[in-house]
Design a protein around this ligand. Structure first.
Ligand SMILES: *[C@@H]1O[C@H](CO)[C@@H](O)[C@H](O)[C@H]1NC(C)=O
Ligand SMILES: *[C@@H]1O[C@H](CO)[C@@H](O)[C@H](O)[C@H]1NC(C)=O
Ligand SMILES: *[C@@H]1O[C@H](CO)[C@@H](O)[C@H](O)[C@H]1NC(C)=O
Ligand SMILES: *[C@@H]1O[C@H](CO)[C@@H](O)[C@H](O)[C@H]1NC(C)=O
Ligand SMILES: *[C@@H]1O[C@H](CO)[C@@H](O)[C@H](O)[C@H]1NC(C)=O
Length: 429
């Protein structure tokens, strides 16, 4: 009798424990959501919560970056820090076959028999090896309308790097967040943790005061005032550049621009440059570490020539670095799509698939009086013919689908009565 009571008590406790653990894991989010703040240095910054106890960590967004790396030299304290043991599944996921030792007392970044990988600061093009490791990361989830509860990923892989690698990053930032085409980038790890499709959607705000948003996972994408952008995208294939960093395929996002039109006139270009060759040179990629679109010299010259001749007798004013072609703001009317200049069209896989840039994305307001064409010259040696930078993708919704290898793009949201700073981050949790 006593035995059977304690058995049933035991089993009901077991049942209770079991149901609690089911309850806490059965919430399956559709997506995670991160605010992205534009810093005055023109870097885009996200904040995640990491470690035990959780602390906020600010990271510069590197759209094509391999994975996340964080400075472990200064103040890294965590009871859930787990370095990746040599030849472990985590080392093979990170494609690291190295095995390191540490001759100092062990601490985050320095442990015996752990694998390492190169972390790369793509703002100043500096790399350094660091311990492959994992720790708890916590990010808010979303239903596509507003933020919901924060969710944890217990073993989130990253590289433990050093303070010197932070050079050139915005103040208060302690690493970079890679969203590239790898199995260990942020969206890939979130997808693995929550069984999402490997997909993320980025909407950068041009205002330093009001953050934009990154969704990692499924849609929908609802912006204030009650605008549903989920089914408003045009699609183009994402192309693979066979040559990336450290002998791997590139982790960056390339698209196939076939030609450029300005004011419906084709800009005369050497179209060979727009193709990715077998050495990985040429082609068009999208980047968040370049504040403005960078064009190989002959393409830049051709665009400037077409642009200035089409604008005809509108007088130019003195150049304002890094720009060359500048005008008085009084020369252009102002519209909801920015200064009223003719659009720049990127023609993609066929004549019907067009990424159209209006004044808000093609021109940069340098001062109250001066506006400049927001493209910069990349030199004749530029590896990539066109690097579409931050200013040109602000207030555009871009959906990067790693599983189907395609990019969904909205063109400017300004014509749809919303912008990227209009996601409702007020949590319902
Ligand atoms: C790590 O390995 C080195 C070399 O074998 C050894 O000198 C050191 O004591 C080890 N450190 C720890 C913490 O085990
Ligand atoms: C927030 O999300 C909930 C759940 O879907 C929804 O009922 C509510 O309308 C949303 N709030 C706003 C302001 O969109
Ligand atoms: C990190 O970013 C947040 C949000 O932009 C900001 O409020 C905070 O001051 C930053 N932290 C540091 C240490 O700069
Ligand atoms: C076009 O660019 C390719 C690649 O740089 C170069 O080999 C070729 O000579 C260029 N053609 C012309 C007509 O300039
Ligand atoms: C934002 O979401 C919160 C929580 O759902 C809601 O209370 C609030 O009304 C929303 N804000 C707007 C402007 O709709």
């Amino acid at each position: 009798m006593a035995a059977s009571t304690s058995f049933s008590l035991f089993s009901s406790i077991l049942f209770l424990l079991f149901s609690i653990s089911i309850a806490s894991t059965s919430f399956t989010p559709r997506s995670l959501v991160l605010p992205v703040t534009k810093h005055p240095s023109l870097q885009y910054i996200i904040q995640i919560h990491q470690r035990t106890p959780l602390v906020p960590v600010n990271l510069t967004v590197d759209l094509g970056g391999w994975l996340m790396w964080v400075d472990c030299d200064r103040g890294f304290v965590s009871s859930s820090y787990k370095p990746a043991r040599c030849r472990s599944a985590q080392c093979s996921l990170a494609k690291s076959i190295s095995c390191g030792k540490c001759y100092l007392p062990p601490h985050p970044g320095c442990n015996n028999y752990t694998c390492s990988l190169s972390a790369r600061n793509t703002i100043i093009q500096l790399s350094s090896g660091g311990e492959v490791t994992s720790d708890l990361v916590s990010v808010s989830s979303t239903n596509g309308f507003n933020s919901t509860r924060a969710l944890s990923v217990p073993n989130f892989l990253f590289i433990c790097s050093s303070t010197f690698l932070l050079e050139g990053l915005a103040g208060g930032v302690t690493g970079m967040a890679g969203f590239g085409r790898t199995r260990i980038s942020l969206p890939s790890q979130f997808a693995a943790a929550f069984s999402f499709s490997r997909k993320f959607t980025m909407c950068l705000s041009g205002s330093t005061g009001f953050p934009g948003v990154i969704f990692s996972g499924y849609g929908p994408y609802h912006f204030l005032p009650n605008i549903d952008l989920t089914n408003s995208l045009t699609y183009t294939p994402l192309l693979i550049n066979p040559v990336g960093f450290a002998g791997e395929k590139s982790s960056e996002y390339f698209i196939g621009v076939k030609s450029i039109e300005f004011n419906s006139k084709t800009v005369p270009l050497n179209t060979t440059l727009l193709k990715i060759d077998s050495n990985g040179n040429g082609g068009t990629k999208i980047s968040t570490v370049n504040p403005y679109t960078v064009l190989e010299t002959s393409i830049y010259r051709a665009l400037v020539k077409t642009f200035t001749s089409e604008l005809g007798n509108i007088p130019r004013v003195a150049a304002v670095a890094p720009f060359e072609v500048c005008y008085s703001s009084k020369s252009f009317g102002s519209t909801e799509l920015g200064p009223s200049v003719p659009s720049i069209d990127l023609i993609l896989q066929n004549k019907k698939v067009i990424w159209r840039m209006f004044g808000a994305n093609s021109m940069v307001v340098v001062t109250e009086e001066v506006l400049c064409l927001g493209f910069v010259e990349g030199g004749v040696e530029a590896e990539t013919a066109m690097v579409i930078g931050g200013h040109q993708i602000e207030d555009n919704l871009l959906e990067f689908d790693l599983a189907t290898s395609r990019l969904g793009f909205s063109s400017t949201l300004l014509g749809r009565n919303t912008n990227c700073a209009n996601f409702n981050f007020t949590s319902t949790a």
